[in-house]
Design a binder for this molecule. Structure first.
Ligand code: PLP
Length: 384
């Protein structure tokens, strides 16, 4: 049979991030600044809650919506942090990570021919998931000189009568950029004027080092048009647990729930019990955030000393230095650095064409490894 794979799948390249990991795995003495996950183990109290849950025999499915105690705790937590109230009955859905929440949010709202605005450089899943949902991603470049913020005027030029939604991700993967309240308000005005939905991926919200994270749904009139995505992977060092959530107006969350109940049934009960405990642990999270903040400073200072200009990241755990003046493309830089100095970084073009000329370096590694990696990068550059 010809065309065994659907066109919308075969047109998409595998994740560029994985390619580098596969090469690195076959080498010794590699330092990886490639990974997008905490180097910390999930705090003990969270792991213990899961062990207790297993001992007590919590091994079943839960409600499709997720455990009601967890939804109640998330409702309280979100209200406390952002001032936005979500009804735990039908405005909160527990998912298997933000990954699932993103997928079902897009599938719940998009018809074929719809367009979705995606700012770039951006997290690698936004465009493929939009295409899997049958719609078309429309990219808006962000630039280093604007602090990689999505500019409302630039976004507006890409809006057509097919535009249905915009995906926002601040703090941002891969640039570490954040948006201040006034920047987000400008986006909110455009969203209102053109009647757009906003899918706001705020998974790095707690990892904000300068100022305070503003939840997009907390802006005037935005709760009704925003699907807020969040999860436990990054701030609580829980990537392997696969647990996240979506919050939003009940018609949209209800539509997502329809898909979720057929494709996933529910998030794992053990991960839900652990998430319930995670919401109670603040000092462990604060300690991890403080460690990332120290490493962020070390990283930015180190990159500058090497001679790479770098926008100072304000959130998440990535730096996105400019490397084009070395004369190498992003791919060449990353490949040669790996082969000669055994340091993994991710070429910026993996995150969109406007990421060309940059590399993404994660600082979710120990300070020792970070210093060693910076030394090796410095050696690599001086040898060019
Ligand atoms: N959103 C962003 C911006 C990410 O960087 C990632 C993971 O790297 C995810 C979502 C996926 O999160 P989860 O582990 O909750 O599926």
């Amino acid at each position: 049979m010809k065309n065994r794979v659907a066109d919308r799948v075969s047109q998409i390249r595998g994740s560029g991030i994985r390619e580098f990991f596969d090469i690195a795995q076959r080498m010794d003495d590699v330092i990886s600044l490639g990974v997008g996950e905490p180097d910390f183990v999930t705090p003990w109290s969270i792991r213990e809650a899961c062990i207790f849950a297993l001992e007590k025999g919590y091994t079943s499915y839960t409600s499709n919506w997720g455990l009601s105690e967890l939804r109640q705790a998330l409702s309280d937590y979100t209200y406390r942090e952002t001032g936005v109230y979500y009804d735990p009955e039908d405005e909160i859905l527990i998912t298997t990570g933000v990954s699932e929440a993103l997928d079902i949010a897009l599938r719940a709202v998009l018809n074929s021919n719809d367009e979705v605005i995606v700012h770039e450089p951006s997290y690698v899943s936004y465009k493929p998931c939009t295409i899997f949902a049958g719609a078309t991603p429309v990219c808006v470049d962000t630039e280093m000189r604007d602090g990689f913020k999505l500019r409302a005027d630039k976004m507006e030029t890409k809006i057509t009568d097919k535009t249905k939604a915009v995906i926002l991700n601040y703090p941002n993967n891969p640039t570490g950029a954040t948006m201040e309240r006034k920047d987000l308000e400008e986006i909110a005005d455009v969203a209102s004027e053109h009647d757009l939905l906003v899918i706001s991926d705020e998974i790095y919200g707690k990892l904000t080092y300068e100022g305070k994270h503003t939840c997009f749904a907390s802006l005037n009139g935005m709760k009704e048009r925003t699907i807020l995505l969040n999860g436990f992977s990054k701030a609580y060092a829980m990537t392997g647990w696969r647990i996240g959530y979506a919050m939003g107006p009940r018609d949209l969350i209800g539509a997502m729930m329809k898909i979720h109940q057929y494709i996933m049934l529910c998030a794992p009960i053990t991960a839900q019990m652990a998430a319930l405990e995670a919401l109670k642990c603040s000092t462990e999270v604060e300690d991890m955030v403080a460690a990332y903040n120290r490493r962020r400073r070390l990283m930015v200072r180190g990159l500058k000393e090497i001679g790479l200009s770098c926008f100072e990241p304000k959130g998440a755990f990535y730096a996105f230095p400019y490397i084009a003046n070395t004369g190498l493309t992003s791919e060449e830089f990353a490949r040669q650095l790996l082969m000669t100095e055994k340091v993994v970084v991710i070429p910026g073009n993996v995150f969109g064409a406007c990421g060309e000329g940059f590399i993404r370096c994660s600082y979710a590694v120990s300070e020792y490894e970070l210093k060693e990696a910076l030394e090796r990068i410095g050696k690599f550059i001086s040898g060019l």
